[in-house]
Design a binder for this molecule. Structure first.
Ligand SMILES: CCCCCCCCCCCCC[C@@H](O)CC(=O)SCCNC(=O)CCNC(=O)[C@H](O)C(C)(C)COP(=O)(O)OP(=O)(O)OC[C@H]1O[C@@H](n2cnc3c(N)ncnc32)[C@H](O)[C@@H]1OP(=O)(O)O
Length: 358
């Protein structure tokens, strides 16, 4: 048997090469890519009758070593993936086209048509993927609820922030000492409502963990209701101003950011602020809260408020200040957990943004 070369027809797309080998009833196919050269060997019926046919092609640019092929009664179809998605000027490394090679006009597309075809394919894939993911029938309701929740919180914290800022400008330092009496009601309202922030991820309404929200809400509410709310002696201390002011600064950026997210809108500046200003604010907030706890310790010792009754043999009662000392340690653990969480959220947010931009 003579070894002959079959007629080969080729076409390309940005990511792959198609070869059509004119050989009917091909058998003993041996097709491989080694060092960027495609080797083909098979027995079949070609231009010179039944024979063994073979050819080699060194590609113009790198291709993946895996080759897929399908043999039909009339021909052998070969598909080779390009390593890089780009358009080639010709198929082979050698400039002169081998005699057995010709364009496959059935598949031939020029570069711009191939691009259009690629885009159409991507669009079809996207649509079919979207249609496979079941649509949430309550999506509108969920978004409406979240939007309203964030709006109310935004209005509440804006009122707190503006009120405190105006009072600071007018009364200067004096405003520090009666912050609680002017702001507490609104802060109670916002922080009670903030319990929803633990419930929302628990119900799967927002894509985030329950734990960071729980730490945040419990952390603030202990300070607000237990330290400030139940000790009158704490209510006219300057620390109340710093705690409330630090809490409200982050929230006047965080809630509008969420509101926009509910209507699939984004303002870059707001996103940046939401994911950046917590860096100085969070440690400062925890520091201010720690100062408040430390200032409250002697008051709890003195008033015996919330003290834990002990059996007679062990003494009278255990001051609540001991519980608060343990809480102080927990606060710094909480700071660590949430700081790490916020760093992750920030990285995820800006990484996805960059990827989308590319
Ligand atoms: C078991 C109990 C233990 C108790 C231990 C107590 C320890 C005490 C520790 C005390 C530490 C607290 C100190 C703190 O009080 C001090 C201060 O607050 S100082 C001021 C500065 N503070 C901050 O900057 C923190 C602000 N708070 C937060 O950022 C959040 O509360 C937090 C839970 C920490 C993080 O939020 P989240 O996990 O939700 O991250 P994202 O904002 O990135 O959101 C993730 C995705 O969910 C979507 N989302 C979230 N919430 C909503 C919403 N309400 N509406 C709509 N969408 C929402 C958001 O858009 C993200 O989606 P996507 O990824 O698609 O963009």
């Amino acid at each position: 048997m003579q070894t002959l070369t079959p007629h080969v027809y080729w076409a390309q797309r940005h990511s792959e090469i198609y070869l059509r080998v004119e050989l009917s009833d091909a058998q003993n196919l041996d097709i491989s890519v080694q060092e960027n050269v495609l080797h083909f060997k098979a027995q079949g019926h070609g231009a010179k009758g039944d024979n063994e046919y073979e050819f080699s092609l060194e590609f113009l640019a790198p291709v993946k070593p895996e080759v897929s092929h399908r043999s039909t009664q009339r021909q052998v179809n070969i598909r080779v993936q390009k390593k890089e998605c780009c358009w080639w000027d010709r198929l082979t490394m050698q400039e002169r086209k081998p005699l057995f090679l010709a364009p496959d006009f059935d598949r031939w597309l020029d570069e711009s048509d191939a691009e259009l075809e690629q885009r159409a394919k991507e669009q079809i894939n996207k649509i079919s993927l979207e249609s496979r993911v079941p649509k949430d029938p309550f999506l509108g309701l969920k978004k409406g609820y979240l939007f309203m929740y964030n709006l109310v919180q935004f209005l509440g914290f804006s009122w707190i922030f503006v009120n405190m800022t105006v009072r600071l400008f007018i009364l200067r330092e004096d405003s520090f000492y009666d912050t609680f009496h002017t702001i507490a009601d609104m802060m109670y309202f916002c922080q009670m409502l903030a319990v929803a922030e633990v419930i929302n991820p628990a119900l799967g309404l927002v894509k985030t963990g329950v734990m960071p929200a729980l730490i945040q809400v419990v952390g603030r509410n202990v300070i607000l209701f237990v330290i400030f709310g139940s000790l009158e002696e704490m209510q006219n201390k300057a620390v109340v101003f710093f705690v409330f002011y630090l809490w409200s600064i982050i929230e006047i950026f965080r809630y509008p950011f969420y509101m926009l997210a509910c209507i699939d809108t984004e303002w870059k500046m707001l996103t940046w602020l939401r994911y950046t200003i917590w860096m100085p604010l969070y440690p400062l907030g925890v520091l201010a809260e720690a100062v408040a706890v430390i200032q409250s310790l002697p008051i709890f010792d003195e008033t015996r408020l919330y003290s834990i009754p002990l059996p007679k043999a062990m003494g009278h009662s255990l001051s609540f200040s001991y519980v608060l000392q343990i809480y102080l340690v927990l606060m710094f653990l909480g700071l660590f957990v949430n700081f790490r969480h916020l760093f992750k959220q920030r990285r995820r947010r800006f990484r996805t943004k960059k990827r989308k931009a590319n």
